[in-house]
Design a protein around this ligand. Structure first.
Ligand SMILES: [Zn+2]
Length: 85
């Protein structure tokens, strides 16, 4: 049960990462994917046909991802929690 909770928290973290990098989504050639179903890929924003979650913009190769202090704190606490399980 605890592993399921940690997996959900990690999924939320992935969604946050995707959301942080989606500010300039007007660029052409960008793709969108589901954090829970990475095989689902679309050329426009929308929802996942499998689970209904919002698709997040996929980071381009070599694109810099900025990690905020809050995201860094959340990552460290999730890492500590996963070490305890
Ligand atoms: Zn999905």
């Amino acid at each position: 049960m605890q592993r399921i909770i940690v997996n959900c928290q990690l999924s939320i973290l992935v969604v946050m990462l995707l959301a942080c990098s989606s500010r300039d989504s007007a660029h052409q050639g960008e793709t969108y994917t589901c954090p829970m179903h990475p095989t689902v890929v679309s050329d426009k924003p929308g929802t996942c046909p499998v689970c209904g979650m919002d698709l997040g913009r996929k980071a381009r190769e070599g694109e810099e991802v900025v990690i905020s202090k809050e995201l860094n704190r959340l990552t460290k606490s999730l890492t500590r929690l996963s070490l305890l399980l």
